[in-house]
Design a protein around this ligand. Structure first.
Ligand code: ADP
Ligand code: MG
Length: 275
């Protein structure tokens, strides 16, 4: 079947105007993929790039809430060939698209693997991204059909692996790393970022509490000889901003902003080395 023989990005390029496609992955859910994706997109845009963010987590889309665009509907437009295209929303200078913007958020999306894959494929081909320097893709957790479909539909430049330092997240991150290294997929890993690395209480600014364990992500990067992209601390305002539609990089917590900017600049350096 096509699943076993198709190389990544095989056939025609569905996104000819997009220079770099970065997939943000993890094995485990809830480790901060969406938070990292949102702030990576914002950091790239702050550097002057044209950036899109695609929320491919069809089972748990977060972009509508994280960017404060929940309930907004993207425009549909005639592409000229009788086909309709979806025009991404724009917020904070980022082009945004999410399945969560197309379906009623009270209804659960219950798709079997093949249906989810074709929905994702259609989602990629039907959105008019235009010219972009970077398209960041916020992937669902795990290692499944959607990941395969993604790498087979678009030429993914590389993946950013997000993990927390805890053992259960690291174990799942290893599966993700193994998946993207498989011969049939072979997508470069741009690097690994350790999220929720430590907590510093406001009244003890020099203390670090390693709630999820210490340096688990950094050690994993070393073990697999992958670039380490940095630590993101656990900060209350990161969570609050995510829920309020104000990602850290457009908020006012300097520590969070610095952590995300340093991570993004390391990622950009590693992407440039691959091009
Ligand atoms: P995923 O996309 O991997 O499921 P999310 O980005 O949605 O993970 O993060 C899960 C929850 O944790 C969200 O409520 C988010 O705001 C919060 N969160 C993520 N990273 C941090 C962080 N560094 N500090 C505080 N809260 C965070
Ligand atoms: Mg998410």
């Amino acid at each position: 079947t096509s699943n076993t023989t198709t190389a990544r990005g095989d056939g025609q390029n569905q996104l000819p105007g997009v220079k770099n496609i970065i997939a943000v992955v993890s094995g485990k859910g809830g480790v901060g993929k969406s938070t990292v994706s949102a702030n990576l997109a914002l950091a790239l845009a702050a550097g002057g790039a044209k950036v899109g963010l695609m929320d491919a987590d069809i089972y748990g889309p977060s972009v509508p809430i994280m960017f404060g665009v929940r309930g907004e509907r993207p425009l549909m437009k005639d592409a000229g060939n009788g086909k309709a295209v979806i025009v991404p929303l724009e917020k904070f200078g980022i082009k945004l698209m999410s399945i969560g913007l197309l379906v009623d958020d009270k209804n659960a999306v219950v798709w079997r693997g093949p249906m989810a894959s074709s929905a994702i494929r259609q989602f990629i081909t039907d959105v008019e991204w235009g010219e972009l320097d970077y398209l960041v893709i916020d992937m669902p957790p795990g290692t499944g059909d959607i990941h395969l479909t993604m790498v087979q539909t678009v030429p993914v430049t590389g993946v950013v692996v997000v993990t927390t330092p805890q053992a259960v997240a690291l174990a799942d991150a290893k599966k993700g790393i193994a998946m993207f290294g498989q011969a049939q997929i072979k997508v470069p890993i741009i690097g690994l970022v350790e999220n929720m690395a430590w907590f510093t209480p406001a009244e003890l600014p020099n203390n670090k509490y390693y709630l999820f364990g210490k340096e688990g992500g950094k050690n994993l990067a070393e073990e697999y000889e992958l670039p380490f992209l940095g630590h993101i601390p656990l900060v209350q305002s990161i969570r609050e901003g995510g829920d309020a539609g104000v990602p850290a990089l457009v908020g006012n917590d300097e520590i969070s902003k610095q952590a995300f900017m340093e991570f993004a600049s390391k990622a950009v350096r590693n992407i440039a080395m691959r091009n």
